[in-house]
Design a protein around this ligand. Structure first.
Ligand SMILES: *Cc1c(COP(=O)(O)O)cnc(C)c1O
Length: 495
């Protein structure tokens, strides 16, 4: 059955997947949502005999119904190849009673690679299908990981350009180095004088500027988004939940129909929303454990039914979760309102105006599958240490937030259901925070020295992505104020 996509805010006619992928964001500022969530049409037993790419195909074909099987398979082949350091693509490690799903084996060693290695191919295929002749300009705001993963995905892809805005003082040194060393004549990396929300708001503003869009079109450009709001990123993330459940079933670690909880370190709400979609497809997922750091706006939301971004923005050791507006939550709001665009539009207008909104009791009752909690900086560091001292497994700070929250969930509920913890970054990406959590003595060592220490301590080879930036030259040094983002874009495109 065909799946069509319409805006969470109701404007415009429903479109096919390829058009939703090209547009990224709907013209009314809403996010594209499927008109129904398709059910898995293969049994989990059948899926358990497939490899990652085959499972990815079985999931994507159900959502991207206007692509041919051949087109999808080509995209999948190009995405999940030797760029990943394991053929499993998304391997898992059992540690201290939980299953850590390692989503960081791609080119930039963070989970964004899972979707951003396929998005450029989905976009090029979509452009061809829709007879688009303009150059696609990808505009992205990043809190660190998206930027590099998008740059790596789009660099030198013919017919595309990519511009990445990041908060100049809001990403880790390694994240920054990864971005500013990005090669590719079609790439631009800009540090803005503001935080991630400023960057995201600025990008949204550029997207919704009709005058600019007209100018662009005349010059042969069209904007698109690689941010996690793009449906072409959300759906590829559903795949690894299906793959993991099927794999655990195949290995006899789960019985047929047995529930599996999922704990996700959450920022923009994309990863956990993918797990929610997987559950709606019929995957036996139990609780969706939504983990926040000290920017605990989601924890407060799940507890009270009020989303309130009016609070202090905290810089933490898990910068990819330092977010006060979780864009993808809009999709969940839409679904729990009964796929109601009018309600969603009103609530989002309140968020834009007063910076907060409250959902109805009826909507709140739909959130029973979710459990929200948070871990502060001390708890996160303690969790890294607990896992290391307990079994020698070293996690990054984001994963540790989810792991610490899972421990809180266990204590509160006693729920013994098997649990997958989404492990979203390699510890090598946040080496200093990770090593300091294990022992303060590392604080005096240099960054590169620490990388070798971590490698020895964890018994893991230094990833290729880190080896590369040790020697790569800086090629981007553009900075701008928040109100100059549009000018910077125009300059790069020569318009
Ligand atoms: C992006 C990111 C997250 C947050 O994921 P969302 O889909 O935005 O909720 C968590 N951890 C890491 C390492 C990330 O890069």
């Amino acid at each position: 059955m065909e799946v069509l996509y319409s805006s969470t805010r109701g404007d415009g006619a429903p479109v096919g997947a390829s058009q939703a992928i090209l547009k990224g964001l709907s013209e009314d500022g809403g996010l594209f949502v499927p008109d129904h969530i398709p059910a898995l049409d293969k049994s989990l037993k059948e899926l358990s005999e497939m490899d990652y790419k085959q499972v990815a195909y079985e999931v994507m074909k159900l959502f991207f119904t206007d692509f041919t099987g051949e087109e999808l398979k080509t995209c999948i082949e190009r995405a999940y190849d030797e760029k990943f350091d394991t053929e499993l693509i998304a391997p898992g490690v059992e540690a201290m009673g939980a299953y850590y799903l390692e989503l960081f084996h791609g080119p930039t060693i963070a989970f964004k690679d899972m979707a951003l290695s396929i998005l450029p191919h989905l976009m090029i295929a979509s452009a061809k299908k829709n007879h688009i002749r303009q150059e696609i300009v990808i505009l992205t705001a990043t809190s660190g990981d998206t930027g590099k993963a998008a740059l790596a995905g789009f660099a030198d892809v013919e017919g595309t350009r990519i511009i990445v805005f990041y908060p100049k003082n809001g990403v880790s040194p390694i994240q920054e180095k990864q971005m500013v060393t990005q090669k590719g004549a079609n790439t631009l990396v800009v540090g803005i004088h503001g935080n991630f929300d400023d960057a995201q708001t600025g990008v949204k503003k550029i997207f919704s500027d009709k005058k600019l869009a007209e100018e662009m079109e005349k010059k042969g450009f069209v904007f698109s988004s690689a941010n996690s709001i793009n449906i072409g990123r959300l759906v590829p993330q559903v795949c690894y939940y299906v793959y993991t459940y099927a794999k655990l079933l195949g290995e006899g670690r789960l019985k047929e129909g047995e529930k599996l909880n999922v704990a996700v370190p959450t920022g923009n709400f994309g990863n956990i929303l993918a797990a929610y979609y997987a559950k709606k497809m019929g995957l036996p997922i139990g609780k969706l454990i939504c983990a926040s750091n000290e920017n605990k706006v989601l924890y407060d939301f799940f507890r009270t039914g009020t989303y309130d971004r009016n609070r202090k923005f905290v810089l933490t050791s898990s910068p990819s979760m330092d977010i006060l507006i979780s864009s993808n939550l809009e999709r969940l709001i839409y679904h729990i309102a009964g796929d109601d665009a009018d309600t969603t539009k009103k609530l989002m207008a309140a968020l834009g105006g007063q910076g907060k909104y409250e959902i109805t009791a009826e909507m709140k009752a739909q959130l029973g599958d979710f459990y929200g909690n948070y871990a502060d900086e001390t708890e996160t560091a303690a969790e890294i240490r607990r896992l290391y001292e307990g079994c020698g497994y070293v996690t990054d700070t984001h994963t540790a937030v989810a792991s610490a929250v899972y421990q809180k969930y266990l204590k509160e509920t006693g729920d013994k259901t098997g649990t997958v913890i989404a492990s979203t970054a390699s510890p090598f990406k946040f080496t200093r925070s990770v090593m300091n959590a294990i022992d303060q003595k590392y604080d005096s060592m240099g960054d590169l020295e620490l990388v070798d220490e971590l490698s020895a301590l964890a018994g893991v080879k230094v990833p290729r992505a880190i080896e590369e930036i040790r020697t790569a030259p800086v090629v981007h040094d553009t900075q701008c104020d928040v109100d100059k983002m549009q000018d910077t874009v125009k300059e790069f495109l020569g318009i």
